[in-house]
Write a protein that binds this ligand. Sequence first.
Ligand SMILES: [Zn+2]
Ligand SMILES: [Zn+2]
Length: 116
Amino acid sequence: MNLGRRGGQRSKMSTVEKFTHTLHEYERSQSSKEIYRCIHPDCHHYKRREFLLGKRAQCFKCKSPFILTRLQLKNFHPVCEYCTKSPKAKENLVAKELAERLVMSEELIKTLGLVE
Ligand SMILES: [Zn+2]
Ligand SMILES: [Zn+2]
């Protein structure tokens, strides 16, 4: 298996303004399940799914960087692990924190003897 084609890379440098960013936000191609493209309006980056495995990308939902896994690459819009688990993960976290705070204050109230 010879996949190494290093050195022979031709870069298409356009005379138009160069736009570069390292974190791409991917969307699966409409025409091929194997191709993902960056959705940034100024970025023309796209890659085959197999080459994206293990690469860092930007989460479609929370916009934070994450590593693409096989699981993410089944989605039309790959999202980070956090967003995969639950679309409401953030809300849940807030709710959890609130609940913890509530429990804490309840205990505080109890210890202070404000509740029978
Ligand atoms: Zn991009
Ligand atoms: Zn995310």
